[in-house]
Design a protein around this ligand. Structure first.
Ligand code: GMP
Length: 331
């Protein structure tokens, strides 16, 4: 078995990305900046009323592994699609990057997940996700040899929405730790944190997770506080290794015991679409981490990858990230 830098596990989703104004979000009662789960009926309605879309493979952890490989790392992915057209697109895109992807697809039902992502003129993205085939991900989809071969196993907090994926994660974390590997998670979304606050805190405090990625609103939501300093102090206590907190245009801060490492965001002239910013930050950070770099260099790779992705539409890099000047400056 070849070694992998990172294995990511997540909801395998194809994004349908369209521009929309704030009036559209209001009329459709869409939670701006968030991820809302929708059923078939709502998906059909939204698809019917939204503007012309661009389809692109997505899924938070899928984006993270795509970015990591684009930065020159090696990776594997676990996530459930169906053997329908969107599923074939998802599988093609991730394998074409050289990511090991062997999760057995469903036989057509439920169909592959899709997220209708509305991007407002300010570049903010609002996601409406139909989970489809993702609800079938379970412990049987975890390949112990792949987990054992990955330096870091990384998963999404979003996996607490489907019913059995959490069992897959607990199993993967056990295998990773039995093999001397590390486990990382992203808190995913402030409302997701609200849904699973106690379970996420338990994953951290029990040491099931070593490394945590979060943005500011997720960190505040986790501790139900309004003050970032308080949340960071709590994160320092609750995370086994360290926590990387992203702050949009304010960059990021890595919290590791008493140590705080801040790195500014890249100056971006035009924020086109923030879809994937946090995912690609994790790509950059983990690329550095699995090369043994210090927190500052990891964070610089994170903001470089994130800064690139918000200058284009969609969460998958269209040119190799390893060639970016801000990446070359660190590697
Ligand atoms: O959100 C994750 C990361 O994406 C942040 O740490 C920044 O590096 C980057 N990012 C997200 N939103 C913005 C933004 O509005 N402006 C800039 N310059 N960077 C952003």
């Amino acid at each position: 078995m070849t070694d992998y830098d990172v294995l990511t596990i997540g909801n395998a989703i194809v994004d349908i990305i369209a521009r929309a104004d704030d009036g559209f979000l209001d009329r459709e009662a869409i939670q701006k900046g968030g991820m809302t789960l929708i059923d078939t009926e709502r998906a059909e309605h939204l698809y019917g009323v939204m503007g012309p879309g661009i389809e692109m493979s997505g899924g938070s952890a899928g984006n993270t592994i795509a970015g990591l490989v684009s930065l020159g790392g090696t990776g594997a992915y676990v996530g459930k699609v169906s053997n329908d057209q969107l599923g074939e697109i998802f599988a093609h895109d991730i394998r074409a990057l050289g990511v090991h992807y062997a999760t057995r697809p469903l036989d057509g039902h439920p169909p592959t997940a899709r997220s209708m992502i509305l991007v407002t003129p300010d570049g903010q993205r609002s996601m409406n996700t139909y989970l489809g085939a993702c609800v079938e991900l379970g412990p049987e989809d975890i390949d112990a040899a792949v987990v054992a071969a990955a330096k870091v196993t990384y998963f999404e907090g979003y996996l607490w929405d489907p019913p059995r994926a959490k069992q897959a994660i607990v199993e993967a974390a056990r295998i990773a730790h039995d093999n001397g590997r590390e486990v990382a998670m992203t808190l995913s979304d402030a409302f997701c944190v609200h849904r699973y606050r106690d379970e996420f805190l338990d994953l951290m405090r029990s040491g099931t997770v070593d490394i945590v990625f979060a943005n500011e609103s997720e960190a505040l939501s986790l501790y139900e506080v309004n003050d970032l300093g308080t949340a960071l102090d709590q994160l320092a206590k609750d995370t086994k290794r360290f926590c990387a907190v992203t702050r949009s245009e304010k960059g990021c801060i890595v919290v590791d015991g008493d140590q705080r490492v801040s790195v500014p965001a890249l100056a971006i002239a035009d924020v086109v679409d923030t879809t994937g910013a946090g995912d690609l930050f994790a790509s950059g950070f983990l690329r550095g981490y699995t090369m043994g770099l210090d927190h500052e260099k990891c964070a610089k790779l994170g903001v470089a990858a994130a800064g690139h992705i918000i200058g284009q539409i969609g969460p998958r890099p269209q040119t190799p990230l390893k060639d970016l000047p801000a990446v070359k400056a660190v590697l």
